[in-house]
Design a protein around this ligand. Structure first.
Ligand SMILES: CSC[C@H]1O[C@@H](n2cnc3c(O)ncnc32)[C@H](O)[C@@H]1O
Ligand code: ZN
Length: 445
């Protein structure tokens, strides 16, 4: 398969295994992948690929080449709160620790340092695209632009004053300006991020519905994170949160429901009818004891399920490969079936399903001709990966993010042999340490 052109390829890669994700379940051996103008221009058997001229050709001996991982939910700058408040249930964690810490510490510099730390950590872990729901989204967009990664940046909306907006109207006004600035950006999409059903009132959700229709944007929201959230909504309003969102006409193919640990038959019908995506964050759900998302049931109902790390304050890392392993293992326990979420489907969840949830699956998420060359190469030649029967099984069940060697986004190499090509890792660490010292010297825990 190739896209015809007389121009030479910019890059021609020969990995030991090439896993395109689409078509599902395929592993190509002895194949080359060619990149031209940032996009995948060729996937062909080695002998055919060698007939093409290329400016750079690389043998990736012992490596698996896959689509870059997509972290479909996170709060990037919260890396600076990693380990600040552990071993607590969601509402105590959020209300007694995280929200007070945010109102005290979060400013532009916090978001800049925390987001750079998150971008660096994610690139080193094979993540080429992440979704962010945090304050100062314009600062996040500058960093995403500068460092070459891909992102969905959401406009945070809450019913109370937050570090970068006095109220939801101000947040929306600023968000609209950002949307206008970035609507043609090749690597950034802007979506709305109403925090959760319990923290955003109907009138704000209605405003978001109108804006989304005008802008054709996504909505990214924590929904049914815990049983407590659903019970409180039933007690106060006699309605489940997802049903309320349906009544307010927020649900649709661009709706990204993050968490969904509580799913009854009516919820399942709503998600299916409106073709929503669910973003599963198993490690945050485990650590906050929030509950279990029934991934296999959702998958069987045809619902698009992606995977996210959530923020580093509730996880406590941004390791999507590790998260995917947790998801695959947990799905089996939750479904009571060892066949649930096999390794190939788990990889799809961490790549193409993520792209679909964020509305960018035409452009990324799988290795297909014409898509952006968002790629990760992982070294499977180590001791702990031997022998290799199925490289995808090895990737999901036996490989850590330390095996990530190279990362390209839109054909640009951002990680080379495990080293960041465009970021000063030592500087990122020093900045984060400085913030940590500042926070711990006055922290009232
Ligand atoms: C709208 S800005 C993001 C807001 O969300 C908070 N947050 C981080 N993780 C979670 C979670 O798992 N559930 C609910 N809220 C979360 C974050 O601290 C910001 O205030
Ligand atoms: Zn979250």
């Amino acid at each position: 398969m190739s896209r015809q052109s007389d121009a030479p390829l910019d890059l021609l890669l020969f990995p030991t295994w090439l896993v395109p994700v689409e078509p599902a379940g395929v592993v190509l051996k002895g194949h080359g992948l060619g990149v031209r103008d940032g996009r995948i221009a060729l996937i062909a058997p080695r002998a055919v690929a060698l007939k093409y001229q290329a400016i750079e050709t690389r043998e990736l001996e012992g490596m698996l080449l896959a689509p870059g991982l997509i972290n479909a939910h996170g709060h990037a700058a919260m890396t600076l709160f990693r380990g600040l408040a552990d071993d607590l249930p969601l509402q105590r964690w959020l209300k007694d620790h995280i929200w007070p810490a945010e109102s005290r510490w979060v400013d532009e510099d916090f978001v800049r340092c925390g987001t750079e730390l998150a971008i660096a950590e994610q690139l080193k872990g094979g993540i080429t695209c992440f979704s962010d729901m945090y304050f100062y989204p314009s600062v996040v967009s500058e960093l995403v632009h500068k460092h070459g990664v891909r992102a969905q940046i959401t406009i945070p909306v809450l019913d109370f004053p937050v570090p970068d907006a006095r109220d939801a109207d101000e947040a929306l006004r600023k968000g609209l300006a950002l949307f206008d600035d970035l609507k043609h950006h090749p690597r950034i999409t802007i979506a709305f991020g109403p925090h959760a059903p319990y923290s955003v009132a109907d009138d704000k959700l209605e405003s978001i519905r109108v804006l989304v229709a005008e802008m054709d944007a996504g909505i990214h929201m924590h929904v049914h994170e815990t049983a407590h959230e659903v019970q409180e909504a039933l007690r106060k309003h006699g309605e489940r949160p997802l049903a309320r969102l349906a009544r307010l006409q927020l649900l649709g193919p661009r709706f990204q429901a993050v968490h969904m640990t509580q799913v009854d038959d009516d919820d399942l019908a709503l998600l299916t009818e409106h073709n929503c995506s669910v973003i599963h964050c198993p490690e945050s759900n485990l650590k906050l004891a929030s509950g279990f998302c029934p991934v296999e049931r959702l998958w069987e109902a045809g619902i698009n399920v992606a995977v996210g790390t959530d923020g580093a304050a509730s996880n406590n890392d941004l390791d999507l490969l590790g998260e995917t392993r947790t998801a695959a293992l947990l799905a089996k326990a939750v479904a009571g079936s060892a066949t649930a979420l096999d390794a190939h489907r788990a990889l799809r969840m961490a790549t193409l399903n993520g792209a679909r949830a964020l509305g960018i699956d035409e452009h990324t998420g799988s290795l297909e001709i014409g898509k952006f060359a968002d790629l990760v190469a992982l070294d499977l030649s180590g001791l702990a990966q031997q022998p290799v029967y199925d490289p995808v099984s090895q990737l999901i069940y036996s490989t850590s993010r330390d095996a990530v060697r190279h990362v390209w986004v839109g054909g640009k190499q951002l990680l080379e042999s495990g080293r960041l090509t465009r970021m000063d890792e030592q500087q990122v660490i020093a900045n984060a340490r400085q913030w940590g010292e500042r926070i711990s010297s006055t922290d009232q825990r």
